[in-house]
Design a protein around this ligand. Structure first.
Ligand code: G1P
Length: 272
């Protein structure tokens, strides 16, 4: 069973500067809730019981958000505003934190989760991507594949050619409907992407990935890339499956998607 999830939230949020100079991108408000809370909700709805958030300096506001505010609770009670208490109720999941002292890549960030993960399979959820639940959450889909196949699983989505250079892109063979064997993965291909299927920020890994990340040398952007560890594992015949998902997804590092998700959720909330 996959019960643990890791959310790497130590990046600088450069695409959303200048606000991210003082407000972590994970805390950008979306209909009154911080962006990261949509991932926490996806995790909880997918059966995750423990989350590790990888933070960095200036990200303490994330920890504050997931802590109780006793003064506020008392204030609401005293002022006959107890109906608002439910808005500040904490999610039903255990959240822990670790700090990443150097922003040296996604692979390096994930390696900090080893003590938390121990010897269990685990999910990785990238906070740029908010993926709406449809019949099921994106993560639930991956978890059910993991449970059947015991293989590492990566969520994929088709992307226009001009955007593929911003993603990990895979070469695949079709196994079953929407389920692929990944033959190769390339981080941010500058030309000739192996397909139009991009990695979109949801993964399930077996814990042996840590053995491979530790030997990875800096790659693109002089960072320790998670993608490079995955490629080494594929070359050693370790199974990676790709699940093409159809859920609506918003990359909130893009201003257009940030506005779109607010409009979408606001309309839904208000029956528009
Ligand atoms: C990361 C991964 C990349 C993946 C992307 C999804 O890149 O390295 O493989 O496709 O997230 O959002 P980043 O966006 O952090 O540069």
């Amino acid at each position: 069973m996959v019960k643990k999830a890791v959310i790497p939230a130590a990046g600088y949020g450069t695409r959303s500067l200048p606000i991210t100079k003082v407000l972590p991108k994970e805390m950008l408000p979306i209909c009154g809730r911080p962006a990261i809370d949509y991932l926490v909700e996806e995790a909880v709805n997918s059966g995750i019981e423990e989350i590790l958030i990888i933070v960095s300096r200036y990200k303490n506001i994330i920890m504050d958000y997931y802590d109780r505010s006793l003064e506020l609770e008392m204030f609401l009670k005293q002022k006959n505003k107890s109906h608002l208490l439910q808005t500040i109720q904490l999610p039903d999941v255990k959240i822990q934190y670790v700090r990443q002292p150097y922003a040296n890549g996604l692979g390096a960030a994930i390696s900090l989760a080893q003590t938390f993960v121990k010897d269990e399979p685990f999910a990785v959820m990238l906070p740029d991507e908010i993926i709406l639940a449809e019949k099921q959450t994106a993560l639930q889909g991956l978890i059910s594949i993991y449970e059947k196949k015991q293989s590492n699983v990566i969520a994929l989505q088709e992307m226009p050619l001009k955007e593929l250079g911003n993603y990990g892109v895979v070469d695949v063979t079709l196994n079953e409907e929407n389920l692929f064997k990944i033959n190769k993965i390339v981080e941010k291909p500058v030309s000739n992407p192996p397909s139009n299927l991009a990695v979109i920020g949801r993964y399930i890994f077996n814990p042996n990935i840590f053995d491979y990340i530790k030997d990875i040398k800096p790659g693109i952007g002089k960072e320790i890339q998670l993608t490079d560890a995955i490629q080494v594992m594929i070359e050693k015949d370790i199974s990676f499956l790709g699940n093409k998902i159809s859920n609506t997804r918003f990359d909130i590092g893009k201003e257009s998607d940030y506005i779109k998700i607010i409009n979408h959720l606001y309309s839904k909330k208000n029956g528009l």
